[in-house]
Design a protein around this ligand. Structure first.
Ligand code: FEO
Length: 399
């Protein structure tokens, strides 16, 4: 286990989790990394630690550069356990002179570990520390990803240690963005934004504005997951700008599930209507769709048409489960509609519309309810619904 040099005196010393496939519900199909970084200057600084269970990998990588007990400062940019799970073990070995952390971070660490007698030094945006030839400049980024979150900028090297932001759950042997497949990198960055960062889009937009105002330049961005960015920084920042402003593509996503194929027949008829208007459409049956992957499609699709039959006066559990997850991620800027079949009570369309209202979608139709099985007339209505949503999307995307 060795450190990887990122720049002169600056190393990646994190851990690679090749095997993880479920990260508190997030399907990490390509594994992940827990990144930590080491700066060697007059003071030696460790940025973040790793998840519990990877402590020895972290310490071994540090040891390949310097004896861990020689580390002077620990910067805790984020306290979520995938980055602070090894905090106590690292502190025990390093015995840092100072631990730089936000007030929320300090309180969180104390609540997690019930240990307050540590050399914490609370920092705020603009707080700077000289560590020799270099400076650590802290930027609070509350809610990107937790209330404690911050980033550290090293102006002399134009390095941003960005904790969760700009990262991806992506385990690779390459440590840099120019050593991995570009399409995979973008795919995993999109998936990460949609499932982790999406609810905090207003904060991301504000951060990007602050970066512009402060005229910060980045040569290297070091996130806490995935690869170090040095070649595709512009692309990733542009994507964050797009996603945080809720800019979507003219694509319709039909998300549904079905019991006896009636709702599915409706879904196919709606798809036909969208297609006839020349708009791209994707059909996603929730029984066979991965919610994490699906959220990446929700992120970029302007149209969201939801379908479920009525089951026990409610929605199918696959549908209500996914929509509860989606609602929490706070998508915005969608054009929506709903449909579903029923036997006697028929609440599903009303419930689907409630979800659309909760994500502030523009609902362009009251929804189509179908008793038992759709006949030609209902299928024609469904096709018209697809056409209507597609037309609205064309208007909206050309405006
Ligand atoms: Fe990767 Fe919010 O922790």
């Amino acid at each position: 286990m060795r450190a990887i040099k990122v720049k002169e005196d600056f190393y990646w010393v994190g851990a690679i989790d090749w095997k993880v496939r479920n990260f508190h519900g997030y399907s990490t199909t390509r594994g992940t990394t827990y990144n930590a970084y080491l700066l060697i200057d007059e003071k030696i600084v460790l940025f973040d630690t790793v998840k519990h269970g990877f402590e020895e990998e972290l310490l071994a990588r540090i040891s390949s550069v310097v004896e861990p007990s020689k580390v002077d400062y620990l910067v805790v940019n984020h306290i979520e356990p995938d980055h602070a799970g090894a905090f106590l073990r690292a502190v025990e070995v390093i015995k840092p002179e100072k631990i730089f952390i936000t007030r929320n971070g300090k309180q969180g660490i104390i609540s997690h570990f019930h240990k307050g007698d540590l050399p914490f030094e609370e920092v705020k945006t603009g707080y700077e520390v000289k560590v020799g030839k270099r400076t650590l400049r802290f930027i609070e980024t509350p809610m990107i990803h937790w209330p404690d979150s911050m980033m550290t900028y090293i102006p002399e090297d134009k390095i941003l240690v960005s904790q969760d932001a700009f990262g991806a759950h992506y385990a690779t042997s390459g440590r840099f963005d120019d050593e991995v497949d570009y399409c995979e990198l973008i795919q995993e960055t999109r998936k990460y934004y949609a499932n982790i960062v999406y609810p905090y889009s207003p904060q991301v937009a504000k951060l990007l504005q602050t970066v512009k105002e402060m005229k910060l330049e980045f040569e290297i961005i070091c996130p806490d997951h995935g690869v170090v960015l040095r070649k595709h920084i512009k692309d990733i920042l542009a994507l964050y700008e797009k996603w945080s402003s809720f800019t979507c593509e003219p694509v319709v996503l039909i998300i549904y599930d079905t019991m006896w194929k009636s709702t599915e027949k409706m879904a196919y008829a709606i798809m036909e209507g969208v297609s006839k208007e020349g708009v791209e459409v994707k059909l996603r049956n929730l029984t066979v769709s991965d919610p994490t992957e699906l959220m990446a499609e929700v992120l970029e699709s302007k149209g969201l048409i939801l379908g479920s039959p009525t089951l026990n006066n409610g929605l199918l559990p696959t549908v209500s489960g996914f929509l509860t997850y989606m609602k929490g991620l706070r998508p915005r800027g969608k054009i929506g509609a709903a449909f579903g079949s029923y036997g006697w009570s028929g609440e599903s369309v009303k419930l689907l519309n409630q979800y659309l209202q909760e994500i502030q979608a523009e609902i362009v139709h009251e929804g189509i309810r179908c008793k038992y099985a759709p006949d030609k007339e209902v299928l024609a209505q469904c096709e018209e619904l697809g056409r209507l949503v597609a037309k609205k999307i064309k208007e909206s995307c050309s405006a």
